[in-house]
Design a protein around this ligand. Structure first.
Ligand code: WTA
Length: 678
């Protein structure tokens, strides 16, 4: 029997033909992207030659030491490194050995001493329309004031703090203040719930949490302080909570533990000497989803990471001194860390930082901001583009978008329809689309068009070529390079400065996840293909990690959350294609004896997950079944579930413990479909 609370999609035909396994396996192995690109025109955008790109890339691979010696001088160092790369403890690669620097000095003091002193670092725009311009000089003052507050709280180099802030100026201020005194931070996306926050605080051992009374999003108030209170009850390392007054809603302050941000930063005229950090000291820890267990704490360092993100931003987007850069991601993801905060400030750029939803209060909010502030370089996600595209051309049509010069995307493969719309309707066929492929672990872009170096022709849906320093290869299951035009797993043959230092408290997991499938090569779980012109096509995840609206979510996290309810015995989670979000979350659950599934239970599960894990982890659909297909060793076969659910054939099911359960799911889906037809 199957109950269902919201039937969407429904394109399944459920033909369960075991006989055609060969053909069908191949088909299953292809993603939507594969099927689409096959029919695409090729030379859509032609600009300059790739001459400089090719020679630079070649040099970066052939003589990495000399290349990085030269490119690390994009930053100012207190003392130079003795060696570029130490790979003696591979796969724990270390860059710029014994080099000393401070990231906040490079992002602020260095510019304040130059012609950029009074240049806007951020133009902050609130959802309400309010704006704030913060100059480099002003930002440095704020950072010093907060660095002093952290020192006053007893923090010192090597300690850790957690940041749970929305898109307000205090977020970069706190990040930079921590970097200034050598405290590593973990910034947790403000859309995560209390359990997710507690888990991250505990794993990194944060002594202080910086949060706000609330956040504005889509016209709603999110009570962040309450979530922190719940999380701090579970996470015992926290001694102090510092609260930014942002929305002005009433919050409970715990005597002796909670302090107002504006009170601890009263003195704005202080100077805190930047710590001389080792290149390989940690800068931050950012948690990201994997295929098993808890989220992984990806650790990025001071030197290599900063060198990598500043160079890649420059190569890919070619920002000019007077440009206005808008990275429309949230600061809670790696895109926000690298390309809202650190790289633009290291390069001395002016960034737009927008607090709210890009379609609020009207669907033209993004276009209005571009026109009002004269944005030159825009960087957003395919999901955002697809969403805005659905509102129609009239919305961008109301605005003068002629300031735009380069358009970027990140987070998931961009489908050609969205690419074309972005290129024609937004960029008026004159702005290259910079499709940047990378991951939390890679620090910055690893495959992307490089406008600064000459991009040649673009192909819609291809991230084009590796950044200098990146030596990718596409391999089959056994580690053999696949022929041109064939799909395989992407791996990187050489280390690069932006690669994470490791996983927090878990060196074994770091080796096992990234360096055991192909010894000596970095493996990241993505499918890719290289075409006969040498272009790389990223073809989605090969594992059980989903990309929902560009957010990286492990099926395991939602399954764990579901089975933590007393009503649920087992859960299997997978994603289905979604025209806007790319992927949408579907859960199949088995209830425990004595509990009856239905609308009420679905509401309870969704509400519970929203509160403890956060809204982005709430499944779009929850279905109740009697069993889920498993292998003989007891692993849930999500691939089979997904295939049956989306109307494809589930491929090889010989390892299934119990084929009847597949039939049961098939039956359940058919009955569901019959119900919705009525
Ligand atoms: C996917 C986001 C195709 C990929 C910066 C990767 C992409 C995962 C692209 C990392 C792209 C990111 N084309 N797929 N341009 N960019 N991905 O860690 O599957 O949140 O492994 O980092 O996003 O997600 P993460």
């Amino acid at each position: 029997m199957l109950y269902e609370e919201s039937m969407s999609g429904g394109q399944a035909h459920t033909t369960f033909e075991k006989l055609k396994i060969c053909f069908l396996l191949t088909y299953l192995f292809m993603t939507e992207t594969d099927r689409e690109y096959i029919s695409l025109p090729v030379d859509e955008y032609v600009s300059h030659h790739r001459g400089r790109y090719e020679s630079l890339h070649r040099k970066s691979i052939e003589d990495a030491d000399e290349f990085w010696n030269e490119h690390a001088s994009i930053l100012e160092w207190y003392s130079k490194w003795d060696r570029v790369l130490d790979d003696t403890k591979a796969p724990f690669f270390r860059w710029f050995i014994n080099g000393k620097l401070n990231v906040s000095y490079n992002a602020l003091d260095r510019h304040v001493k130059s012609h950029r002193r009074n240049k806007a670092a951020f133009i902050w725009v609130a959802e309400s329309g309010a704006e704030k311009i913060v100059t480099y000089h002003g930002l440095l003052k704020r950072v010093n004031a907060f660095a002093k507050a952290l020192l006053d709280a007893g923090l010192k180099k090597g300690d850790r703090i957690a940041i749970y802030l929305p898109m307000i100026i205090e977020a970069p201020v706190v990040m930079l203040a921590a970097a200034r005194i050598g405290v590593a931070f973990t910034l947790v996306f403000s859309g995560f719930g209390s359990n997710s926050l507690a888990e991250r605080i505990s794993d990194c051992g944060a002594k202080v949490v910086v949060t706000a009374d609330g956040a504005n999003r889509g016209g709603k108030l999110i009570e962040l302080k309450k979530i922190v209170d719940d999380a701090v009850e579970q996470a015992t390392t926290v001694e102090e909570v510092i609260v930014v007054k942002n929305t002005g809603n009433k919050v409970e302050m715990v005597e002796g533990r909670d302090y107002w941000y504006h009170e601890v930063t009263k003195d704005q005229n202080v100077f805190v000497e930047p710590e001389k950090m080792d290149s390989n000291d940690p800068l931050y820890i950012l948690y990201t989803s994997g295929t098993t267990g808890k989220p992984k704490g990806v650790v990025h360092g001071n030197g290599g990471y900063s060198v990598w993100i500043s160079n890649t931003l420059k190569w890919a987007f070619n920002p000019q001194e007077d440009d206005r850069w808008w990275c429309a991601a949230d600061i809670g993801w790696v895109t926000g860390h690298s390309y809202i905060v650190f790289a633009p400030l290291l390069l001395g750029l002016t960034s737009i930082m927008y607090e709210g939803a890009i379609n609020y209060p009207e669907p033209d909010r993004m276009w209005e901001i571009i026109e009002k502030y004269g944005v030159n370089l825009l960087y957003t996600s395919p999901t955002a583009i697809r969403m805005l595209m659905r509102y129609g051309d009239a919305y961008p049509g109301k605005h003068d978008l002629s300031s735009l010069r380069v358009l970027g995307t990140v987070g998931e493969p961009i489908n050609p329809a969205a690419w074309h719309w972005y290129f024609r309707t937004i960029g008026k066929s004159k702005c290259p689309i910079v499709d940047t492929y990378w991951q939390t672990e890679t620090g910055g872009f690893i495959i992307s068009p490089a406008v600064d170096l000459g991009i040649g022709s673009l192909k819609p849906g291809s991230a084009t070529f590796p950044m200098p320093g990146i030596d990718p290869v596409i391999l089959d299951e056994e580690g053999k390079e696949v022929p041109v035009g064939q799909k395989g797993f992407i791996a990187v043959r050489k280390p690069w400065p932006g690669l994470m230092l490791g996983l927090n408290n878990d060196p074994e997991r770091y080796k096992a996840v990234y360096f055991s499938k192909y010894p000596g090569k970095y493996f990241n779980g993505d499918y890719a293909m290289k075409d006969s012109d040498g272009y790389y096509w990223l073809l989605g995840r090969s594992d059980e990690v989903m990309k929902v609206s560009g957010h990286r979510i492990g099926t395991i996290e939602i399954e764990d959350a579901l089975v933590s309810f007393k009503e649920i015995a087992e859960a299997a989670v997978f994603s289905k294609p979604d025209v806007v979000k790319g992927e949408a979350i579907v859960a199949f659950v088995i209830t425990r004896q004595g509990f009856s599934p239905g609308k009420e239970m679905t509401e309870k599960l969704k509400k519970g997950i929203r509160e403890t894990m956060g809204p982005i982890l709430v499944p779009d659909e929850i279905h109740y079944v009697g069993s889920v297909p498993k292998t003989r060793s007891g692993k849930i076969m999500r691939r089979v579930l997904k295939a049956v659910y989306t109307g494809q054939v589930p491929g090889d099911i010989s390892t299934l413990e119990n084929e009847a359960s597949v039939d049961e799911i098939k039956e359940a889906i058919e009955s569901l479909r019959a119900q919705t037809k009525r």
